[in-house]
Every structure is written in structure tokens, then in C-alpha cells.
Design a protein around this ligand. Structure first.
Ligand code: SF4
Length: 333
């Protein structure tokens, strides 16, 4: 492991819940809850989980696009909440985001050239000639020629639009990019091209990626490490090879079983029901209402993440050293 570029410590993001009646006061959705992890320079770190698990909110809190309720985000050891306005602006050059649907983030009235040059305008970098030259350069780096400068978003395919979003993200030569479901809307063949492009750019710009996706296949292909999120919490984290070959948490096992063949998946049918939030006051394992291995303790004590291998941690009572229910432990190992 190299130097951490991002450190997240005990991060929470709660959203106020809409009131259904006058007695319904102060209810919050814990979109991100007790999240801690660090991200090393040059790695591709995957954040995987069902829709509604809090992955995108976590990505946006890390970039300070939305403010956390509590907890700390550090960038190269410095708390980003303590940045002055000037430091924050300088930091914004170092961190970027690529969204799932670039069509929604591209201005339909502006040419591609205008869009790609815009970050240079915002940060007052270079003159008109420099900005145009740099935009053409990054377009070429993402596999598009200079003729795209004068085109408009509606003239492009989904893959080309995603290349434009990537060009716009790299034009400032950032260090860290959040890719939020960046290939989910693309055909499989285009997905592979974009993933390979991201890898090529990572080598050239020494980029660190936080790669958010619900697609375990894509995350396994692209990332060095994976964190699994469930109801706002990281319930398992580890190197891709270890997590893929030996997932520990029943939910992670269920996720991996869902990408096996139909026959294998039938044998390992661990995931049933839907993700749903229970009362904020309950201190329980977030997965207890869907877990086939749930014990009494799971309904009243939230499991702490603990080491189960090199860089591999899981939050599940089945792996508690003090837990005497060895039978259950053996069943899932
Ligand atoms: Fe299942 Fe209990 Fe482990 Fe939660 S802590 S995943 S309920 S066994």
C-alpha cells in the first residue's frame, strides 16, 4: 500500500425524512453511516452495492459536493472541511467526477469545444489559443479528433458523450476522479473500450479512481480493492482477488452468487428480499432482516468491522472471536 490520498473517518450523512403526519418528527435517513476507509495513490477503488446503498452519496460527500453530517474527509492528510476558500478552489482542480449520464451534464446548447474548455475558463488557465489547443489534445487522448470541437451533444453516441465527460474531467490534470456508474448506461462492447481508456489515462496522469458501480463484474475487472456497501455502511472491504475468491459477509456472498451461472446461483441463493431501511434507533446489523444466518445478537448489536485476512475486513458477528456460535461460522466459511 502507498500513501493515502483520501482518508475517510467515521463519516455520516443523514437526510431529513419527509413527515407523513404531525407526530412524525426528526426522522432521518442514514444515507452514509459510520464509514471509514482510506484510498491509496494510484489505485482503483471500487464501491459496490445495490441501488440505495449510499454509494453515490458517499462519493459526493468525499468531493464536498454535499456536506457531511459528521466525520472527516482528508485529502493528503489535510481535513478538507478546514480548507480556506482559496485552498478549496485549488483542491477542486485536483478532484473531478464523471457521472453515469453525461447527456444530462452536457449543455445541449454549447459545442463540445466549449464544454471541454470550460474547466480552464473557470480556473482562469491560459489564453484562448492555449485553451483550444489543450481541448483538442485531451479530445485526442480520449479517442476523438479535433472535428468534435464544433459538434453538439445531440450529435454524439453514448460512448462518445462519455469520452467527452472524461476529457472534461482530465483537462485540469487532476489526481483523483470519482467515476459514478460511469459505464453503466453503455453497451458491453463500449463499456470495455471506456474501461480500457480509463486505465490508459490512469497510467498517463497517475490517477486515483473511486469507481462506484452496482455491477460486480465491471468492478472486479477494473479495481484493485473493493468495498461493499449496504444501507450506508461498508460491511466488507478487501483486495479484489481475495474478496472475489473468498467473500465473507453473507451479503457479499449473495452479491457474488448473483454473477455465477444459474445452476451455481441456485445453490448459493443467499440474497432474498429487498434492501429496506429500518428504524434509525435500532442498533442492529443492517442486514439482519435479510440474513439467513442471523442470530439473536444481530438484532441488538451492530457488528464492528474486523480483520479476516490481509487488508480484508468484514462487519459480521459470524466472525467475532468471542462469538461462541462456531456452528454458524463453519456453515458460511
Ligand atoms: Fe447476518 Fe448477523 Fe452477520 Fe448481520 S451480523 S450478516 S445478521 S450473521
Amino acid at each position: 500500500m502507498t500513501t493515502p490520498i483520501i482518508e475517510v473517518e467515521d463519516l455520516h450523512k443523514f437526510f431529513k425524512q419527509a413527515r407523513k403526519n404531525s407526530l412524525d418528527k426528526n426522522k432521518y435517513v442514514r444515507a452514509v453511516n459510520e464509514v471509514s476507509f482510506s484510498l491509496c495513490e494510484g489505485e482503483s477503488f471500487g464501491l459496490v452495492g445495490e441501488s440505495g446503498s449510499g454509494k453515490s452519496t458517499l462519493g459526493q460527500v468525499i468531493l464536498q459536493l454535499i456536506k457531511q453530517t459528521s466525520g472527516t474527509v482528508k485529502y493528503r492528510g489535510k481535513n478538507v472541511s478546514s480548507f480556506t476558500k482559496k485552498e478549496l478552489k485549488a483542491w477542486r482542480r485536483q478532484v473531478q467526477i464523471v457521472f453515469q449520464n453525461p447527456y444530462a451534464s452536457l449543455n445541449p446548447k454549447k459545442s463540445i469545444g466549449w464544454t471541454v474548455e470550460e474547466p480552464l475558463h473557470i480556473h482562469k488557465i491560459g489564453d484562448r489559443v492555449f485553451r483550444r489547443q489543450r481541448a483538442i489534445e485531451v479530445l485526442e487522448e480520449v479517442g476523438l479528433d479535433h472535428s468534435f470541437m464544433d459538434r453538439y451533444p445531440h450529435e454524439l453516441s453514448g460512448g462518445q458523450r462519455q469520452r467527452i465527460a472524461i476529457a472534461t474531467a482530465i483537462i485540469l490534470e487532476p489526481e483523483f476522479i470519482v467515476i459514478d456508474e460511469g459505464v453503466s448506461a453503455l453497451d458491453v462492447s463500449v463499456q470495455a473500450q471506456i474501461l480500457n481508456l480509463l486505465k490508459k489515462l490512469q497510467r498517463k496522469y497517475k490517477l486515483t479512481y473511486l469507481f462506484i458501480s452496482h455491477d460486480l463484474n465491471v468492478v472486479q475487472y477494473f479495481c484493485n480493492r473493493i468495498a461493499v456497501m449496504y444501507l450506508g455502511e461498508i460491511i466488507e472491504i478487501g483486495k479484489t482477488v481475495e474478496l472475489g475468491s473468498s467473500p465473507k459477509h453473507p451479503y457479499t456472498k449473495g452479491l457474488f452468487s448473483s454473477i455465477l451461472s444459474i445452476e451455481e446461483a441456485d445453490e448459493l441463493k443467499l440474497l432474498e428480499g429487498d434492501l429496506h431501511r429500518f428504524s434509525n434507533d435500532i442498533e442492529a446489523c443492517p442486514f439482519h432482516d435479510r440474513c439467513k444466518f442471523a442470530m439473536d445478537i444481530c438484532q441488538s448489536v451492530k457488528p464492528k468491522r474486523q480483520k479476516v485476512g490481509n487488508y480484508h475486513e468484514v462487519g459480521c458477528h459470524l466472525y467475532d472471536i468471542k462469538n461462541e456460535n462456531k456452528e454458524s461460522i463453519l456453515k458460511v466459511n
